[in-house]
Write a protein that binds this ligand. Sequence first.
Ligand SMILES: [Fe+2]
Ligand SMILES: [Fe+2]
Length: 248
Amino acid sequence: MNIAELTVKSLRAHGGEAWPHYRDALIAACRKAPPPFGTRVYGEIYRDAATDPCWMALSLITNAEGEGEGSRHLWDLAACTPDARVAAQVRAHAIDESRHSRAYVAMLNLAFPGVVDDEHHAQLTTLSPGYTQRSPLEPHEGSPYASPITLDDLIQMNIAEIRTLVHHLLQRPVLLGYCAPERRRRLARLLDALRLDEIGHIAYTAALIDEFARSGEAGVVKRLMQERMSDFNAITNQDLGRNVFESV
Ligand SMILES: [Fe+2]
Ligand SMILES: [Fe+2]
């Protein structure tokens, strides 16, 4: 899987052609530091692990946890970002991830009904902060994420969202395979919505990164994209050693 190509193609529906600086920086970064999550071996390791239904169910819970945690971090960033336009986008992103956390619990119930009892189900739903448009936009006390969003944050978020999209693509056929035919349509609808949201997250961060590049920081964008891609690759390789496939 060519990650830069997959990303550029996915962004077409969002007007991605308008972000040439972002595209060039991504292509250069993938060339200099090829992401392990784009390799054939990575997909094989995923599919191999996913043959175990317990692993698959647990991985959905890990995803619910990751989405919930990511949502809280984004909320803090949004609350501390003075640019109202950018803050609104990050806040909307936090609300999406909060919803995704619940969606993973719903997908667990659809693919593996009865695997969690009511009490545990109630616990799992608390993994999501449950943000809505009406939630007060305030940072959590002492949060390391309580600061205005930076170009570096956007680049790291962008790369993490691309990896999430790849995980989503790997997960989809396996999960549908586990699901009973009468529940498969509902599961597919949830998966479709999730994929569109994740592409939306890649898109708005890409657009903001491109804005930075156009305002005179094209060199910084290129350098940081490569640096963060290479940092992220090291994290991905560590995760792979533990059979962890995170999503945000
Ligand atoms: Fe996301
Ligand atoms: Fe998500």
